[in-house]
Design a protein around this ligand. Sequence first.
Ligand code: FAD
Ligand code: ZN
Length: 227
Amino acid sequence: MAGKKVLIVYAHQEPKSFNGSLLKIAVEELTKQGCSVTVSDLYAMQFEPRATRNDIVGRLHNSEAFNYGVETWEAYKRGGLSRDLVEEQKKVQEADLLIFQFPLFWFSMPAILKGWMDRVLVQGFAYDLSKCYDGGLLQDKLSLFSFTTGGTKEKYASRGDVRYLLWPMQHGIMHFCGVKVLEPHICYAPENVSEEKRKEMLTGWTQRLKTLWKEEPINCSPEWYFK
Ligand code: FAD
Ligand code: ZN
């Protein structure tokens, strides 16, 4: 939808990868719609995934015993977070929609993307003491997890629901911060399907993006995941 701002947080090393193609499609299609699209290409940025003392500029709140959660919260309040974090937070703040594009690693997101979650979504910015879930601080934003797998759709269907692994990402992170969640977009086993099927999956993503702004968020409750 024209005028909407989209942040795509992308975690793949290779632009020629299937994830790279999915990213390219999203940038092209959303730009065509008149959206303003920003990409955080985490590997290209050499994004630091480690949550350390370096994220705080200047003095520590308690230099006797380091507590990352407390220190980043205090640093956020006094404007003392490191520059890379401030930049990512600004992108998040401005966005109407956050798209996370990545290959599934160990039933989860790659470490570099998990590090982005750990470091960017700090207390005071994304949530606060009693401000979480529907009261989280990142209200009026949408999120979408778009990922690829090594396992085939059939394997995932026979060995348990892929939705289980979305619980920590969608509910534990996005919903916790007040962000609404759209249906995930999963491309199964791009390495192992035919070229024709790969093209079909890429077309499917383009098609979905065309009507994305008409979608309703999912009901992000245990029933959606563990029915
Ligand atoms: P690629 O290998 O880049 O792409 C697949 C094929 O698509 C390639 O041949 C590429 O050339 C082709 N392609 C790219 N663009 C186009 C285009 N425009 N048109 C046509 N073809 C194109 N999988 C699981 O299911 N569960 C796990 O828990 C899991 N854990 C993992 C942990 C680790 C550490 C690693 C490294 C992998 C893991 N995997 C797991 C597998 C991983 O999820 C897949 O390898 C990955 O999702 C594949 O996506 P890709 O973008 O890297 O594919
Ligand atoms: Zn939820």
